[in-house]
Design a protein around this ligand. Structure first.
Ligand code: F6P
Length: 469
């Protein structure tokens, strides 16, 4: 039976919602609104459309907000028991599923799917079920429900069972693993993940490559044909040009730009030093350490670049509850320090590493970058690759991994690398640094056009329309 709360025509479900709360020592709650594609997509629909965003309460601030009944219109936070959330989010989503899709396991030591994994899987089912129940309760007859990402792969099937009248889409923001890697997962779990998504009317991906991998996994695990008749779609999320151009010229960005210029400094001949910029979460799949090793090899093999180039590396903390992420952050710091002590001089710090998140400073670094280094092992899309060409003041050469989703749209005008090939990446950096100014400007123009072809609001609306058709 459809509940009396069932008033919403468009629903989005995701682990992380559009708003989060912090609780200070005085007990006051402060709300912080996030950005991103879904936020601008939903705001494009307008407040009267009856949209609702269902998300998890993450951390003490969010939980307290739910307890006090504090919240925003159009957002429902689910206060799922903290241990269940921890096991589902860190254990299954960010360890097992994330690692499989980003090819991060280092066999023969990993993975180990044991009793502990089964406990976490049970929590993942509970957590997905909580979302399915909330959506079933809130959705109006025939509503469209857009379920997001690897945290919620079981929701479409669970929701379909509770509410067969709904139109359900699932969107994967990650890559999808090829079958031989996906089948590292125990067979029953692999089948449940695929079967969960196949409960949707439509399963969508950021690129054709990930969509094909999903279909290949269905064939390998479940047998030929997509059994439920789920339609498969592709929506390549683009950069939000209007927002980025306006935001990157505000005073806080200008201030940070001046500071960065000062830190980068000038070469011994008085010319401005070149900047190789990267901005990432400190995430294993982003391949930050190999990027640093490539920069070191550039300085080794091409001594003419010493004192003339700086590697600006912003690596923001992520998933610090997981030891492997903490260790990786320490390794990034260790390698950067090693390069600075080996090559640095009193007037030149080769690597400017900063681990503190600052969006305005990231935009400032985009503006001055001569080269943007985007070399993930695997990435669903990688929006930094799309944002830099839009924001760049004087043109920028993109050094891009062929394993990023963005490669499909930007590959032709980037300098493309195999992310594991450190020497190849060092050569690519040299090629990028020496690219003639005219060519660099032309390429940047084409990159910016390709990067903004499907802005977030349109990306979101396209998914809704595709669900209707
Ligand atoms: O790539 C998948 C994704 O959900 C992104 O949308 C997001 O940037 C990232 O992972 C963040 O992960 P978390 O919510 O664990 O910080």
């Amino acid at each position: 039976m459809v509940s009396t709360r069932a008033t919403h025509n468009i629903l989005v479900a995701s682990n992380r919602g559009p708003v989060s709360y912090t609780l200070d020592e005085t007990g006051a709650l402060t709300a912080k609104r996030g950005g991103g594609g879904l936020v601008s997509g939903l705001s494009a629909i307008g407040p009267d459309a009856g949209a609702l965003w269902v998300c998890s309460a993450l951390g003490d601030g969010d939980r307290e907000a739910v307890r006090r009944g504090v919240g925003e219109d159009g957002v429902r936070m689910l206060d799922i028991d903290a241990d269940t959330h921890e096991a589902a989010y860190n254990g299954i989503a960010n360890s097992a599923l994330w690692f499989v899709h980003h090819l991060l396991y280092q066999t023969p030591l990993e993975p180990v799917f044991d009793k502990e994994f089964r406990r976490q899987w049970a929590a993942y089912e509970t957590y997905n079920h909580a979302f399915a129940e909330a959506l079933a309760e809130e959705a109006a007859e025939g509503a469209a429900v857009l379920v997001q990402d690897y945290h919620l792969t079981l929701v479409p099937r669970m929701l379909r069972e509770l509410r067969p009248d709904l139109r359900i889409g699932h969107f994967s923001h990650t890559p999808w693993a090829p079958p031989e890697y996906f089948r590292l997962l125990p067979d029953d779990i692999a089948a449940k993940v695929l079967g969960g998504i196949l409960g949707a009317d439509r399963a969508a991906f950021l690129t054709q490559r990930w969509a094909d991998a999903f279909t290949d996994c269905c064939h390998a695990v479940l047998g030929p044909g997509i059994p439920s008749g789920t339609r498969i779609g592709v929506h390549g999320l683009g950069a939000d040009a209007d927002f980025l151009r306006e935001r990157s010229h505000r005073p806080d960005v200008d201030e940070r730009l001046a500071v960065l210029r000062e830190q980068i400094g000038t070469a011994p001949d008085g010319s401005a030093r070149k900047a190789i910029v990267r901005v990432d979460r400190t995430e294993l799949s982003k391949n930050i350490v190999r990027g640093l090793l490539a920069f070191r090899e550039l300085l080794e093999e091409r001594p003419e670049w010493r004192e003339r180039v700086v590697h600006v590396a912003f690596a923001y903390p992520s998933r610090q509850d997981l030891a492997v992420y903490r260790d990786y952050t320490a390794e990034v710091q260790r390698v950067a320090d090693g390069i600075n002590s080996q090559y640095g001089t009193p007037g030149w710090t080769p690597v400017l590493l900063n681990l503190k998140d600052d969006f305005a400073r990231s935009l400032a670094s985009y503006r001055l970058a001569d080269v943007a280094l985007v070399n993930p092992i695997r990435d669903g899309m990688n929006l930094v690759a799309k944002e830099v060409p839009v924001v760049s003041d004087d043109g920028c050469v993109l050094v891009l991994s062929r394993e990023a989703g963005a490669y499909e749209e930007l590959g032709e005008d980037a300098v493309v690398v195999n992310p594991y090939d450190v020497s190849g990446t060092a050569r690519a950096l040299h090629e990028a640094l020496t690219m003639p100014v005219g060519e660099r400007a032309e390429r940047t123009k084409r990159l910016a056009a390709a990067a903004t072809a499907l802005p977030p609001a349109q990306w979101f609306l396209d998914q809704l329309h595709a669900l209707d058709s």
